[in-house]
Design a protein around this ligand. Structure first.
Ligand code: MN
Ligand code: MN
Length: 462
């Protein structure tokens, strides 16, 4: 073989997508990303993502699943798991005994949850106490505009949806930061310790209740406003899921608009890709499932997380509904644990192993394993499983790349993969590379978003 031929044959050489994609594909990519941005702006919380998913799926003929119903090929159903997670299925022409194709992504994201008794007044200013959710870098959440989203269940059991800050004239919220002029001592603290979790107090008011000279006049005035608008009292806030999330809407980033900056790419970028791919399916051979999971950021716990039996309940019933066996179905199924991966950042090159890092614009990152230390907590997909996916993506010209999150012992992370694998389902981690992961504004490349969607479509259609 000639030298060049040898190079082409022997070397693993992923390509920058901009050297590969046609003009037509670039246009499709841009159209896809506009849809994704709309989804992101509508889904700033887990529950909002579920509602957005239902709205989208119903347009494509999906309907609520009824436990115990009989199903046949072509049926499209979804299971809304308590408003916080959702599982959608398009029944295929093959028996479920031949296995299913599952894409699981999570739609919970790091945020500042309000404590059950959040409101307090200090020196005539009112604040909400928060309990941060997921792995946030605390200083990033100060001095950045926030909005308040969530649900409150009142004394009488009625449900109130709260959303303050997204409307053009809506007020927003903020956690104040210490001015540099007085920050000499704090500046000596390690970066991650400069802001205490207990001090993440959101400023919510300063106007006292008029005509009143009692205690906590500002706090009572805030409660009065909340009661006027939502009918809620302080005790109602105990049965609530309210969270402060970044105010900024999804935006193109860069002169060339090649990036999207937004809150919650982790992992709504994969969730949307899975949903978009699923809803476009015509008549899949294998039953296709897309899951928006909750609680991934805190270990997939809870009734709406992937450790919950809710998934088995749904898939088990789909099997029964079509005359298949649940265990056989799992043993023959494939799951893409679709969760974002770390994008190589030249500004922090010291934490990456360049030979195994994931680059923006190089496509979907396939992660044979995640975990930390000596692969602790990793699912570690088999060579056969990785081969199946890479060959399929190569065959359909979907750009993908090997992805590891950083240097050995630099840190690490986990996904839902191990909980799917526990069900005797072959599972591979894969996801869109993200810059500034878990920050109030995360960054992804449009090209990688599009490739994630293309990959999921190809998997569903195999
Ligand atoms: Mn994630
Ligand atoms: Mn995460």
């Amino acid at each position: 073989m000639q030298q060049q031929e040898l190079r082409d044959t022997l070397l693993y050489s992923p390509k920058n997508g901009y050297d590969v994609l046609s003009q037509e594909e670039l246009e499709q990519m841009n159209a896809y990303c506009e849809g994704y941005k709309t989804f992101l702006n509508a889904g700033k919380t887990e529950r909002e993502c579920v509602r957005a998913a239902i709205a989208m799926a119903e347009k494509f003929g999906y309907r609520p699943w009824q436990a115990g119903e009989t199903l046949q090929a072509g049926d499209k159903v979804y299971y809304n798991n308590r408003g916080r997670a959702i599982m959608l299925a398009h029944v295929g022409t093959e028996s479920l005994n031949a296995g299913t194709t599952i894409v699981v992504a999570h739609t919970d994201a790091p945020a500042l949850h309000l404590k059950p008794t959040p409101l307090f007044e200090e020196d005539e200013m009112a604040f909400f106490k928060t309990h941060y959710y997921g792995g946030i870098i605390k200083y990033q959440w100060l001095a950045t505009p926030l909005v308040l989203h969530g649900e409150v269940v009142l004394k009488d059991g009625s449900h109130v949806t709260v959303s303050v800050g997204d409307g053009e004239d809506d007020p927003q919220f903020i956690i104040t930061d210490l001015l540099p002029h007085l920050g000499k001592e704090r500046g000596k603290q390690p970066l991650y310790e400069g802001v205490a979790g207990e001090k993440l107090h959101i400023l919510v008011g300063s106007r006292p209740l008029s005509g009143d000279d009692g205690k906590n006049r500002v706090k009572v005035e805030v409660l009065r406003l909340l009661h006027d608008r939502y009918g809620i009292t302080e005790e109602d806030l105990i049965s609530a899921e309210l969270q402060a999330v970044p105010a900024a809407m999804a935006r193109d980033m860069g002169f060339d608009r090649s990036f999207i900056g937004a809150y919650g790419h982790d992992d709504r970028v994969c969730a949307y890709a899975g949903l978009a791919a699923l809803t476009e399916l015509k008549a899949p051979k294998k039953t296709a499932l897309c899951v928006f999971a909750d609680k991934e950021e805190i270990g997939s716990e809870g009734v709406s997380g992937m450790q919950s039996a809710a998934f088995d309940y749904f898939l088990g019933d789909l099997c029964k509904a079509t005359g298949a066996d649940f265990n056989t179905c799992c043993a023959n199924s494939f799951c893409l644990s679709a969760d974002v991966t770390t994008a190589y950042d030249p500004n922090f090159s010291e934490v990456y192993d360049k030979h195994n890092a994931c680059r923006v614009n190089y496509g979907l990152g396939l992660k044979k394993y995640t975990g930390h230390g000596g692969k602790s907590g990793a699912s570690d997909a088999s060579a056969e499983t990785v081969a199946l996916v890479r060959n399929l993506l190569n065959k359909h010209h979907v750009l993908w790349q090997n992805s590891q999150s950083g240097k050995v012992d630099a840190g690490g992370g986990g996904t839902v993969a191990k909980y799917m694998a526990k069900r005797n389902i072959d599972t591979l981690d894969a996801g869109v590379p993200v810059l500034s992961m878990h920050a109030p504004c995360e960054v992804v490349s449009k090209l990688d978003c599009y490739m994630a969607y293309r990959a999921m479509k190809v998997l569903f259609e195999q």
